[in-house]
Design a binder for this molecule. Structure first.
Ligand code: COA
Length: 325
C-alpha cells in the first residue's frame, strides 16, 4: 500500500510585476536580477488578499481534480511562510473557505520546505489508515512580509499557491522521503519581530523587523549543499540511481542554486523543472505550482520517477521520490 497524489491545483494572482518595475523602487537593474537569480517577473496579490485566499482557490481546484468533494477531505495541512496570522492556523481558515467540514486542520512551519514536510506528514496519515484524503496546501503572500526598500530580498519573492490531495493509490505513489533541519542556522533567514521573542512595538516597526531578513550568501551555500545531499540520499533510500530519475522538481529560489546543485549531481538540466523566471521564490507554493505546471505541460508521464526537493529557513530541507501513476 502506498500514498500518492490523486489531485493537484494551483492559483496565482493576476498581477505580474516585471523586474523593470523594481528598478523604480530600489537601486537595481533587470540585468542584475536576471543574471544573479534567473527571475524575470513575479505575481503579486492585491492588498485585500491573504495567503488563505490563494490557498483556498488552489485547494478547490485540487479537490475537483481528484474527483472529490470538500466533505471527503479528512485532514488539511497548510504550509506557509506568510500565514494569515500567528493563530489560528491558516489551514482552519482554508477549511472554512472551502467548506471542508469533516477535516481536521493544522499548519506546518518549515518555510520553503513546508510543502515537502506537509506531503511527508500527509503520507504518514494515509499509510497509518488514520485518514483517507489529506489536502496539503502551500500558500504565500510573501509580498506583504517583503521589505520593498531592501534590494537584497525584494527582488526574490512572489505570491501564489499550490495544493494536492494525498490518498491511497493502487499504483505508483510516494516511494521514499527524507526530512532534515539545522536550527543553528535559524538566524540566516527570518522575520525577526512579531513573535514572542521580539513582540510588535513601535521600535520593531520603525526598524522594519517584521520583514524578511536574509544572509543571502550563506543561504545560497546551504541550499546548494542540501539540494545535492538530499537527492543523493533519497535515491539511495529508494535503492535507485540518479539514472532512474526522470524529473527533479526543486524549490524555486535561484536558478544559480539549481544550476550548481545539478552540475554537482551530473544530472541533465533538461530533466529539471525551472519556472522561477515567471514567479520568483514562492516559498511553500513553489514546488506544488512547478509540479502542476510540469503535469499540465505533459512533462510527466505514467511510470515516471519524480523527485521533489525543498530547502529553506529553519534551516530545513526535505525530498520526496514518487512514481507517477
Ligand atoms: N541589485 C543590484 N545589486 C545588488 C542587488 C540588487 N537587487 N542585491 C545586492 N546587490 C549588490 C550587493 O550589495 C553587492 O554589492 P557590493 O559588492 O558593492 O557589496 C553585490 O550586489 C553582490 O552581492 P552578493 O550578495 O554577493 O550577490 P550574490 O551574487 O550572492 O546574489 C542573492 C545575492 C541574494 C541573489 C544570492 O545570494 C541568493 O540568491 N541567495 C540565496 C537566497 C535564497 O534563495 N533565499 C531563499 C532560500 S529558500
Amino acid at each position: 500500500m502506498r500514498a500518492g497524489i490523486i489531485g493537484i491545483g494551483s492559483f496565482l494572482p493576476e498581477k505580474v510585476v516585471h523586474n523593470t518595475e523594481l528598478e523604480k523602487i530600489v537601486e537595481t537593474t533587470n540585468e542584475w536580477i536576471v543574471e544573479r537569480t534567473g527571475i524575470q517577473s513575479r505575481r503579486i496579490a492585491e492588498a485585500n488578499i491573504s495567503s488563505s485566499d490563494l490557498g483556498a482557490e488552489a485547494a478547490r481546484l485540487a479537490i475537483e481534480n481528484a474527483n472529490l468533494k470538500p466533505e471527503d477531505i479528512d485532514m488539511i495541512i497548510s504550509a506557509s511562510s506568510s500565514p494569515d496570522c500567528t493563530f489560528p492556523a491558516t489551514a482552519c481558515i482554508i477549511q472554512d473557505k472551502i467548506n471542508a467540514k469533516n477535516a481536521a486542520a493544522f499548519d506546518i512551519q518549515a518555510a520553503c520546505t513546508g510543502f515537502v514536510y506537509g506531503l511527508v506528514t500527509a503520507t504518514q496519515y494515509i499509510l497509518s489508515g488514520e485518514c483517507k484524503n489529506v489536502l496539503v496546501v502551500g500558500c504565500e503572500v510573501l509580498s506583504k512580509i517583503t521589505d520593498w526598500q531592501d534590494r537584497n530580498t525584494c527582488i526574490l519573492f512572489g505570491d501564489g499557491a499550490g495544493a494536492v490531495v494525498v490518498s491511497n493509490v493502487q499504483q505508483g505513489g510516494i516511494a521514499a522521503s527524507i526530512l532534515g533541519a539545522d536550527g543553528s542556522g535559524a538566524g540566516l533567514l527570518e522575520v525577526p519581530a512579531g513573535g514572542t521573542r521580539e513582540p510588535a512595538n513601535l521600535e520593531s516597526v520603525k526598524n522594519r523587523r517584521h520583514y524578511i531578513k536574509m544572509n543571502g550568501n550563506e543561504v545560497f551555500k546551504f541550499a546548494v549543499k542540501v539540494f545535492e545531499e538530499s537527492i543523493r540520499k533519497i535515491v539511495n533510500k529508494a535503492n535507485l540511481t540518479l539514472d532512474h530519475i526522470d524529473l527533479i522538481i526543486p524549490h524555486q529560489a535561484n536558478v544559480r542554486i539549481i544550476d550548481a546543485a545539478v552540475k554537482r549531481l551530473k544530472f541533465p538540466m533538461e530533466r529539471v523543472v525551472v519556472n522561477l523566471d515567471k514567479y520568483g521564490n514562492m516559498s511553500s507554493a513553489s514546488i506544488p505550482v512547478a509540479l502542476h505546471e510540469a503535469i499540465s505541460m505533459g512533462k510527466i508521464k505514467r511510470g515516471d520517477k519524480v523527485v521533489l526537493v525543498g530547502f529553506g529557513a529553519g534551516l530545513t530541507w526535505g525530498a520526496v521520490l514518487m512514481e507517477w501513476a
